[in-house]
Design a protein around this ligand. Sequence first.
Ligand code: TYD
Length: 221
Amino acid sequence: MPAEADWPGRPGAFITVEGGDGAGKSTLARSLGACLSESGHTVRLTFEPGGTELGRRLRSLVLDPELAMGDWDETWLFLAARASHVQDVLKPALAAGELVLSDRYSDSTLAYQGYGRGLDIERLRRLNSEATQGLTPDLTLLLDAPAEIGLERTRARSAQADRIGDADLAFHQRVNAGFQKLATDSSDRIVVIDASRDASHVLMDALQIVNDWLDARVSAS
Ligand code: TYD
C-alpha cells in the first residue's frame, strides 16, 4: 500500500537508513541528522527496534542471546516494536512537518526475517503494511558493505553477545543479498551507498542524495 493512501498530504519527510550489521547506519544517521539540522531542518532521529519505551524493552528481548525463540516469534516482536514506533513517534513527527530519519524500518524485516531466516516475503510485506498503517519511507539509504567487513566492525566495537548479530556469516550474506534485491525491486525509493569506505565518504554521498531529493520535492510541489 503506498504511503499516500493513508497519509494524505503529510507535510514531513520520512527517510530510513538500512543495511547489514556493522554497515555504519547509526554513525551515518547521527552525522546526517546533525548536518541537516545545521541547514535548518527540524530533524527527528529515531531507530528500530526501539524509539519508544515498548520498543526498547522488546529490543532487549529480541536480541537476548539467552532467550530461545522461533523465527516467527522474533518477527512478531519486531512488528510490535514497529507498530508502536509508527503510532507514537513517526506519525506525530511527520504530521508536525519534521524530517524523520530512522535507523532501520520495515526493509530490515524483509531482509533479516525474509531473506535471512527464509520466511515468506509476501506475508512479511502484508504484516509490515498492517504494523506501519501503510507508512512507506519516502527515501531509503541502503548502506552496502560485505558481511565480513560488517561483522569485523561489530565485533571490534562490542563484545556483547546479540542473538541476531551473532548468527553465522552465511546468514548475514543472505541478509545483504536480500537488501540488494529490495533495492533492485524498489529502485525509485532505495539508493545504495558503498559503505565499505570510511564514514566521511559515506556521509558526503548520503548528504548529496538527501539534498537532491529534498530539492526535487520542492520543485515538484
Ligand atoms: P542493533 O544493535 O540495532 O544492530 P544494528 O546496529 O546493526 O542496527 O540490533 C538490531 C538487530 O536487529 C540487527 O541485527 C538487525 C535486526 N533486525 C531484524 O532482524 N529485523 C528487524 O525488523 C529489525 C528492525 C532489526
